[in-house]
Design a protein around this ligand. Structure first.
Ligand code: GLN
Length: 456
């Protein structure tokens, strides 16, 4: 813990940690030492972690990287952090992210963006660590902590993991409690580990998972020993290669990486099968209707009354002005855009045309996956992202839709509630990490991680 704290202080240019908690870290580290000395060391004992700012941590600023939660220190601890602390983990601080987890580059953060520790060969251009869990990815990749929590609504664990050469898994919806995690889109959000290796991901996921009476969508299912499942034996397992993910205009090196992953799995004895997920092309538009719709509803609670930022009012201002001014000042542009899109698609006149249609598309996407799993497919292999990390500021003049295109391979997994993992598999021609994604059957994180283990 001490050496991590020193490293964090020396790595300020990465802007990964937005709030450091050295006192808590040292106290937890001492408690961990005592547990180790007494011979009762649980899975995460003494492991220094960074916690995404989306998690409520008791008495510690938890702002979801938004000005609207300025000064907010929760009086309670999220279930995930409670479980990690019970398992002996040590919290070094809170990690940067896109505001309310909306974004793919960490540039919508009220703290300014985190920076990817990787550079293109022979270049000084600063790159995005991805988003929304960009601080988590940067911190793990730069060895500022051993692992970090992330959350994934449409790819926010898997895309930053791919951009920084680490492992990130989004579990099956309901595997990990959402209690105390600031809500973005409640039917899509899941927390998961971001780690240096598949084994670390298996250990940390085990510590984070399990039923929680405080989250009615958390499943009452046994948590398997994910680490014990890492045998590397995938002989005879059927791996699906979905033809719809071979997108037009995909960079040649992404295609080559995918082919390399296919070879690795075949060499390990898997059976490679071409499959079709016909509704894939509707996933991105459906996601960008459903996620903003849920966000607009979830974000209605930030009104300047209960917590966080409150606008200064003039003598003639009333409650309406309190709401309007607080929200105009507190939410950044991307969050305001999502609220406007969300309220529009939920409005009486457009509900059927947008929200209801997106829900039907979502059901079809889920059915596509169910059909291939019913047909014997064990896991599905795709690229994690359509490119390697892009430059910070590159998207400044682009339309928001260009940023949304980053999520083309990842949002299907959230819409279908499935587990998905991003594994670093190689470097591009400029020396930047690239990741592949494996999508698993519901509740089969154990099998999924074992398949990922083969790619690592
Ligand atoms: N980039 C996606 C979005 O902005 C996904 C974000 C996430 O998974 N939290 O909605």
């Amino acid at each position: 813990a001490m050496s991590c704290l020193t490293a964090i202080d020396a790595s300020d240019p990465l802007n990964a940690f937005v709030h450091k908690t050295p006192e808590i870290a040292l106290e937890q580290a001492r408690a961990a030492d005592a547990r180790i000395a007494s011979g009762d060391a649980p899975a995460m004992c003494g492991i220094p972690l960074g916690i995404k700012d989306l998690f409520c941590t008791k008495g510690v600023p938890s702002q979801a990287a938004s000005n609207i939660l300025e000064g907010f220190k929760p009086e309670y601890e999220s279930t995930v952090t409670t479980k990690l602390f019970d398992a002996g983990a040590v919290m070094l601080g809170k990690l940067n992210m896109d505001e309310f987890a909306m974004g793919s580059s960490n540039e919508s953060s009220c703290y300014g963006n985190a920076v990817n520790p990787w550079r293109r060969e022979g270049s000084d251009v600063a790159l995005t660590p991805g988003g929304s869990s960009g601080g988590s990815a940067a911190a793990v990749a730069a060895d500022l902590c051993l692992a970090a929590t992330g959350t994934d609504t449409g790819g926010s664990i898997r895309q930053p993991a791919a951009f920084t050469g680490i492992v990130g898994i989004k579990p099956t919806y309901g595997r990990v409690s959402r209690w105390g995690v600031v809500a973005f889109a409640s039917s899509l959000d899941q927390a998961g580990p971001m780690t240096k290796s598949v084994r670390d991901a298996a250990i940390m996921l085990g510590a984070m998972s399990g039923h929680d009476a405080k989250d009615s969508t958390s499943a009452d299912m046994a948590v398997p020993d994910f680490e014990a499942a890492l045998t590397g034996d995938i002989k005879g397992k059927v791996i699906g290669i979905p033809k719809e993910y071979r997108m037009e205009g995909m960079p040649a090196e992404i295609g080559a990486l995918w082919d390399r992953g296919i070879e690795m799995m075949r060499d390990a004895g898997a059976v490679i099968r071409d499959i079709s997920l016909p509704h894939t092309k509707y996933a991105l538009p459906a996601y960008y209707v459903i996620a903003p719709a849920e966000a607009s509803s979830n974000l209605a609670r930030y009104d300047g009354v209960k917590y966080g930022h409150r606008a200064k009012l003039g003598p003639a201002d009333g409650i309406t002005e309190l709401y309007e001014k607080t929200r105009a000042e507190g939410f950044g542009p991307e969050v305001q855009r999502r609220i406007m899109v969300g309220t529009y698609v939920l409005s009486a006149g457009f509900y059927d045309a947008y929200y209801n249609r997106a829900r039907k598309v979502r059901a079809l996407i889920k059915r596509d996956f169910e059909a291939v799993f019913a047909d014997g497919v064990e896991a599905i292999l795709t690229p994690a992202t359509p490119s390697s990390a892009f430059g910070l500021g590159d998207m400044a003049t682009a339309s928001p839709v260009e940023m949304y295109l980053n999520d083309v391979f990842t949002v299907t997994v959230n819409l279908a509630g499935l587990p998905g993992v991003s594994v670093p598999v190689g470097l591009d021609a400029q020396g930047l990490p690239l990741g592949l994604q494996l999508i698993g059957r519901p509740w089969d994180e154990a099998g999924l991680l074992n398949h990922a283990y083969v790619l690592e």
